[in-house]
Write a new protein. Structure first.
Length: 82
């Protein structure tokens, strides 16, 4: 069952969160995910491939942004000047 913790998160939502973080970390580290990670994440997300596509796209987009910022040496926290 879905037991709600004191913070308001259910066990199921925590499982989803952990699966997504592990999926993203493996993807960023190895540029792919193992069959086991894919299966575990898909199960945690209710069997929906479409959610895995979205996670993959989001991770890829943030990697693209990070690469762009790094290549062009754009510092974080730039304050506009008058």
């Amino acid at each position: 069952g879905n037991v709600v913790s004191a913070s308001g998160d259910s066990d199921r939502s925590k499982e989803r969160e952990v699966a997504i973080v592990l999926f993203a970390a493996e993807l960023l580290e190895t540029f792919t995910v193992s069959d086991e990670t894919y299966k575990r994440t898909k199960e945690a997300l209710g069997g929906k491939d479409s959610v895995l596509v979205e996670i993959n796209a989001i991770v890829g987009y943030y990697a693209y942004v990070a690469f762009t910022l790094n290549v062009f040496k754009i510092p974080s926290g730039v304050q506009p000047t008058d």
